[in-house]
Design a protein around this ligand. Structure first.
Ligand SMILES: Nc1nc2c(c(=O)[nH]1)N[C@H]1C(S)=C(S)[C@@H](COP(=O)(O)O)O[C@H]1N2
Ligand SMILES: [Mo]
Length: 368
């Protein structure tokens, strides 16, 4: 009888990036897959506890500037016409600016493991169109914005001030009534896992993650612009040291690309190697992805860009024949259909939060 050799395999896991267990990054290997499995999808919560929602008593309320306010149960929502497609999103705090790493709360060993890009993912989502729900409620002409209320609340994580605040944010009417803005109840064919918003979350294709409100309990149509804490005190970039206007809200994801193969620390064989990665640009098309294997001196288009599915990332591949053993600095650079291209450095240097960093990232590899 043959003896079965078993090797203890280290199971990949999400990586906590702060002491409060509010953010978990995907391990590098998870970003090599077209669809990130639910258990490896990053988590970004503003409080440690995940709201526990009893599905029998759960209700979603739609009110404010509407003709017919609605109250729906989970079962009511499941009966409505569904949509299903892939959506990639990243936290706008993904990929911290290298100069800021030193003062980041993240430890260097964590940064080493996640290489800064793990706070993003791609999944297939199913849900109902928010526009359908708003149409049945009947938006009044007085409506200006739609505000979304999560079930989670508490003191803000950074300084505990305000002492009590709910995770709430708004969308302009144009994006709220876009037929692909979803109220999602399924992630990769399973009911939404509790950390990702069970039973229902908003899903805003093409926009940074903070707009996709989890544990959604209220949809409030407002006759004014929403000025709540997570709308105006977070998730915006300072326009510049001498700019006329103070800040810009982060909305759609900027054009960006990353290298996912090799993973950090992987040894590249001198005989030749297929590099791979991902690229995305909010709702826009990525039209060009280039690679440099000499620290940005020379660029060439990658061999293969696979079409995206729905609002997913584009996956790319490129065969590389290194000139010989040694250390190399690889870089990838994406351009979208509006001609926007990734900058070589983080553009908003004066903004200490480093949100929305889409710079060209240097990626050191060892060829043996
Ligand atoms: N209710 C609620 N929704 C939320 C958050 C939150 O803390 N509470 N975090 C937001 C942020 S900042 C991001 S990046 C995404 C993360 O979604 P995920 O944890 O499913 O990856 O959810 C967003 N929706
Ligand atoms: Mo985020």
């Amino acid at each position: 009888m043959a003896i079965q050799q078993t090797r203890a395999e280290v199971k990949p896991q999400i990586i906590p990036t702060n002491a409060g267990f509010r953010t978990f990054a995907a391990p590098p290997a998870a970003l090599q897959q077209d669809i990130v499995p639910n258990e490896l999808f990053y988590i970004r919560n503003h409080w440690t506890e995940v709201p526990e929602i009893d599905i029998d008593t759960y209700r979603l309320v739609v009110d404010g500037e509407v003709e017919r306010p609605l109250t729906l149960s989970y079962q009511d929502i499941l009966k409505l016409p569904r949509k299903r497609f892939q959506v990639t999103f990243e936290c706008c705090g993904n990929s911290p600016v290298p100069d800021y790493w030193a003062r980041s709360t993240r430890t260097s060993s964590v940064m080493e493991q996640i290489k800064g890009h793990g706070i993003m993912g791609n999944a297939e989502w199913a849900g109902i169109s928010l526009a359908d729900l708003l149409t049945s409620a009947g938006i009044k002409p007085s409506a200006v914005e739609v505000m979304f209320e999560g079930a989670d609340h508490g003191p803000d994580e950074t300084v505990g001030d305000p002492p009590e605040v709910t995770y709430e944010r708004s969308l302009p009417l144009t994006k709220a009534t876009n037929p692909d803005t979803l109220l999602a109840f399924e992630m990769n064919g399973e009911p939404l896992p509790p950390p990702h918003g069970f039973p229902l979350r908003l899903l805003v294709p093409g926009w940074y993650g903070m707009t996709s409100i989890k544990w959604l309990v209220g949809i409030h149509v407002l006759d004014h612009e929403f000025k709540g804490f997570y709308q105006t005190e977070r998730y915006m970039t300072v326009n510049g040291p001498d700019a006329d206007s103070y800040y810009t809200y982060l909305t759609k994801m900027k054009v960006k690309s990353i290298i996912t193969t090799p993973v950090p620390g992987e040894v590249v064989p001198a005989g030749g190697y297929t590099l791979a990665g991902a690229a995305w640009s909010g709702e826009d098309d990525v039209v060009k992805i280039e690679i440099s294997t000499d620290g940005g001196a020379n660029w060439q288009p990658v061999d293969t860009i696979r079409p995206r599915s729905g609002y997913s990332w584009y996956r790319w591949e490129h065969h590389w024949q290194p000139p010989g053993p040694g250390r190399y600095t690889l870089m990838s650079r994406a351009t979208n259909d509006k001609g926007e291209i990734q900058p070589m450095e983080f553009p908003n240097k004066w903004d200490g939060r480093g949100y929305g960093n889409n710079m060209v990232f240097p990626y050191e590899v060892e060829v043996v």
